[in-house]
Design a binder for this molecule. Structure first.
Ligand code: HEM
Length: 92
């Protein structure tokens, strides 16, 4: 039932796809600043037009985060955005 047919896209999952984009140091440092990168409830919070997920996207897109890099590659940005549009907002 959960088999994904050839050519079908796997739905993006926060736990499987998005969370691994963050290094442990990202998670630990940002927890100190009340940005909970490893917390689905925080990341999927729909308030302020999914403001938490959006702020994270903005920070990696404008390369203010992580400070000094390594900055996210295009494929990481694209994956994050696909999760934001679909799954960060919907499925753990
Ligand atoms: C809402 C989004 C975010 C906000 C408001 C934010 C804010 C901050 C602030 C104020 C600091 C400490 C001051 C500084 O070093 O600039 C910091 C440090 C840091 N942030 Fe973020 N951040 C965000 C997202 C992220 C994301 C998405 C990542 C990783 C992909 C990240 C990785 C880090 C790291 C690794 C540090 C520690 C840098 C160091 O001490 O060398 N942050 N962040």
């Amino acid at each position: 039932m959960n088999d994904v047919k050839k050519g079908e896209k796997m739905p993006v999952s926060y736990e499987r796809d998005i969370r691994p984009l963050f290094r442990q140091i990202d998670i630990d440092q940002m927890n100190k600043h009340n940005v909970f990168l490893d917390n689905y409830t925080y990341m999927a919070d729909p308030s302020n037009d999914h403001g938490n997920a959006q702020n994270v996207e903005d920070s990696v897109t404008n390369q203010s985060m992580p400070p000094g890099g390594p900055y996210w590659r295009d494929e990481q940005l694209i994956l994050y955005r696909s999760g934001e549009a679909t799954d960060i907002c919907l499925n753990p």
